[in-house]
Design a protein around this ligand. Structure first.
Ligand code: PEP
Ligand code: MN
Length: 352
């Protein structure tokens, strides 16, 4: 990672630096921040000759030599000094909450609008709703592009930014054109590297857009998870939020094996925000409030909660998974209180 002395390289300086790295078979990827731009060296950047030549340039401050499989998402990367603001919230300054139904029912838009209102009143910051849905059974409802308009109408009515899952390359531009703020990569696609690349490419210049990257239920290692985020960031936009959502096989009684406990481990390795999804993890609304609080206790920056005004009318995941508005509101309230308590407590105690 190249850090210039000024906030960014001039076009002439960029040409000079690019010429050097090209000689060594590498490329330059600018990562444009609000205040300064830093430059990732893409390729094998270990050649000391290349490093010395770049460091010798009068306008270069230094080169971050991070030996990491995910050098952009690595906690030691210069990107760790940035902050991510989504809608009204800067992550890390308050608990960030995404909520909404699993899937939008295009035939009953009012359920979505009513749920959106309940989500807003409960104190959430982003409205989720599935337009395209990955389903185990190919004969069940697979989603409907018509729901994209319903999602955006719910976002307009509440003033909340919208989150939806994109399952294939064609969905990305449709979602962006509609005004979706958060592209969700579902657990089943978290290892789909061509989709991750396509998303990275599409949002490279869109710092107003974030990616909510679910952990695959089959991802054993944290390196796999963070490297999936690196695939997206490598195109120039590092706004990737990591979302643990439970792994397979499920713990007897829970839908998946709850994994909120990986939060502090992720935070040791990466600067990325962690937004835990307890809904898909435990899979039943009765267990979600405790799992949500556990996630906050482990240091999560946010929560992603499934909710519906009338869960028995929900489509997509098991209706028993969705929180009713009153439980959603009490869960968010308690989770925010715990988040504040934890923040205040951790300023008294030095953890690592
Ligand atoms: C969802 O968020 O509704 C969903 C399908 O989640 P996951 O990809 O984590 O299963
Ligand atoms: Mn769901």
């Amino acid at each position: 990672m190249i850090l210039p002395k000024s906030n960014r390289l001039t076009p002439e300086q960029l040409v000079e630096v690019t010429a050097i790295v090209t000689e060594f078979g590498c490329q330059i990827q600018p990562i444009v921040g609000a205040v300064r731009t830093i430059y990732a060296i893409v390729g094998d950047e270990r050649d000391e000759l290349m490093i010395n030549r770049i460091e010798g340039l009068s306008y270069i401050d230094r080169i971050d030599r991070i030996q990491s499989p995910f050098k952009l998402m690595d906690r030691r990367s210069d990107l760790a000094n940035g902050s991510l603001t989504v809608g009204a919230v800067t992550l890390g300054r308050e608990l960030f909450v995404i909520a909404g139904p699993c899937t939008i029912d295009p035939k009953n838009a009012n359920y979505f609008y009513e749920t959106a209102q309940a989500v807003n009143e409960a104190g959430a910051h982003m409205l989720r709703g599935g337009v395209w849905k990955p389903r185990t059974n190919p004969y069940t409802f697979q989603g409907d592009v018509k729901s994209l308009d319903i999602l955006m109408e719910g976002a307009r009515r509440t003033g909340l930014p919208a989150d939806t899952e994109v399952m294939e390359e064609a969905h990305i531009q449709l979602a962006l054109d509609a005004g979706v703020t958060s592209l969700q990569v579902g657990a089943r696609n978290a290892l789909n590297y061509s989709l991750l690349r396509a998303i990275g490419r599409a949002i490279a210049q869109r710092r107003d857009v974030v990616v909510l990257l679910k952990r695959s239920m089959h991802m054993g290692t944290l390196n796999e998870f963070i490297s999936a985020a690196e695939y997206i960031a490598a195109f120039g936009n590092p706004n990737v939020i990591l979302c643990p959502r439970g792994t397979a096989p499920g713990l007897d009684g829970y839908r998946n094996h709850p994994d909120e406990s990986i939060t502090p481990l992720l935070k040791e390795k990466t600067w990325a925000a962690v937004v835990v999804d307890p809904s898909h993890s435990v899979g039943k609304a009765i267990y979600v409030p405790a799992a949500a609080l556990a996630a906050v206790a482990y240091g999560a920056d946010g929560l992603c909660l499934e909710a519906h005004v009338s869960p028995s009318h929900g489509i997509g995941d098991d209706p028993k998974q969705a929180l009713t508005p009153d439980v959603l509101a009490s869960t968010i309230k308690r989770a925010k209180q715990l988040w504040t308590l934890r923040r205040d407590a951790s300023s008294d105690v030095t953890v690592n």
